[in-house]
Design a protein around this ligand. Sequence first.
Ligand SMILES: NC(=O)c1ccc[n+]([C@@H]2O[C@H](COP(=O)([O-])OP(=O)(O)OC[C@H]3O[C@@H](n4cnc5c(N)ncnc54)[C@H](O)[C@@H]3O)[C@@H](O)[C@H]2O)c1
Length: 462
Amino acid sequence: MRVAMVGTGYVGLVSGACIADFGHDVVCIDKDAARIRALEFGEIPIYEPGLPDLVSANVRESRLSFTTELPEPVRAADVVFIAVGTPSRRGDGHADLSYVYEAAREIAAAIAGFTVVATKSTVPVGTGDEVERIIRAARPEADVVVVANPEFLREGAAIHDFKHPDRIVIGTEDERARTVMADIYRPLSLNQAPVFYTTRRTAELIKYAGNAFLATKITFINEIADLCEKVGADVQEVARGIGLDNRIGAKFLHAGPGFGGSCFPKDVRALIKTAQDKEAHLRILEAVVAVNDARKRAMARKVSAMFPGGLRDRTVAVLGLTFKPNTDDMREAPALSLITALQDMGARVRAFDPAGMKQAEALLNDVSYCENAYHCVDGADALVIATEWEQFRALDLERIRDLMACPVVVDLRNIYRPEEMHLKGFAYVCVGRPVTAQISTGDETLERFLQLAKVRAKAPTL
Ligand SMILES: NC(=O)c1ccc[n+]([C@@H]2O[C@H](COP(=O)([O-])OP(=O)(O)OC[C@H]3O[C@@H](n4cnc5c(N)ncnc54)[C@H](O)[C@@H]3O)[C@@H](O)[C@H]2O)c1
C-alpha cells in the first residue's frame, strides 16, 4: 500500500519507518525543511533507540522517503496519516488543533481516488468530524473516509511498542476503510496484536482516557509515597504488594518527581477541558493535575531540607533532564520545574543528561552543562537524580562521594538502596522509602557531619 505520513516528529517518523518495514511504501512529509534535509542526509533528528538503523534500512530498500512537498505523495496514497503535533493551546489548556486542521486543508487539496485519512495525532472527541467537514467543504466529490487511529507508542521504546502493540484502535464504521486499515497492520497479526474496531468518537476518547488513567496511577502512587514517608513504610513494597493483584497491575506504580513529557500533561489538561465544555466535570483528573504540578517544585524542597541554612550559594548537580530515559524529549520534564525551583532558592545548578542537554539549553537559564556524571558532581553540595538513565544506576559511588563537596544525594527515582548509600557515607533521601540515617546536625555543623560521614565511610571495617 502507498502511505503518506503528514508530520515527521516522534510519532510520524517512528510510525512511518515501522510501516515501511512492514513492506508498504511510505513518504514522510514535514513542513520543517531542516528536519527533512537532515533525514535525507541520513541524520535522525530525534533520539530513539534503534531508529537510525530502521530508517536507513528502509530508505536503502526504497520503501521510505522524505519530503516537504505534500501534494504528490498524498495524491498517490491509499492512506494518509495525520501525525502533526497537538500541543496545549496557550492560555486555556485545550488541545491546539490548528496543525491538524491545516494538514486537513492541505490533504483535501491533493487527494485523488479512494483515500483513507487516518488521524494518529491525539485529538479531542469530535476532531475527526471537523477534519471530515474541512475535506468535504474543499472537495465535495472526494472519495474519502476519515478514521481515528490513535497511537500508543512510548518514547524510548517506540519501535518495540509500534511493532508489538497491546492493541490497535481503529475508529470508523466504514467497511472499506476498515479493510484498508487492516491491510496496513496485517503484518502485526503474526504478533497477534488485537485490532479493536469502534466508532471514530470512541477511538478518540480511548486515547485520552488511557493516558489520563496512567497519569492518575502515577499520581496515586506518588501520594502514597508521601504517606509512606510520614508513617515509615516503603512505597516500593506497597507498589509491589498492590501490583501483584491482577486487577491493579504492576506498571506505572513507580513513585517519583511527578509525570511529565510530551503527552500526559497536555492530554490530561485537554480531556479536562473537553469535559468542562460538556458539563461532565472530571474531578479526579482535576486533582491529578493540581497534585502533579505542585509535586515538581516540592522535590526542590526535599533538596533544601538537607541543608539547615537552605540552598543559597549551594551547588546542586542534577543528573538526568529528560522526562524519562532513552529520549531527548524535554517537553514538560519534571527537571525543568525542579531546576527553576532550586535556582529560586538560591542554588547554582550543574547538570548532565546523556541526550537532552541540547533541548534543555533552550528551556533553562544559568545552568552549567557537564560532560558526564562525574564532571557534574565535582565540587557539588548535593546530587539530585532526576531521570533514571541506565548509566546512572551503577555510578562509582566512592568516586562520586570523593568528588562532592558534601556527599548529599537526593534520589528522586529510587535507583539506589538507602542502606548502601549510608554505608558509603552519603546523606541520602529518596521518595517514599524509609531512610536509615537522616542528617542530624545537633551540635555539629552540616559540613562537620558530612566530613565525619566521609571519614566513617573510608575507615576500614573492623
Ligand atoms: N510523542 C509521543 O510519545 C506520542 C505518543 C502517542 C501519541 N502522540 C501524539 O502524536 C502527535 C504528534 O506528536 P509528536 O510527539 O510526534 O509531535 P512532534 O512535535 O515531534 O512532531 C510533529 C511534526 O509535525 C510537523 N507538522 C506540523 N504541521 C504540519 C503540516 N501541516 N504538514 C507537515 N508537517 C507538519 C511539525 O513540523 C513536526 O515535525 C501528537 O498529537 C501527540 O500527542 C505522541
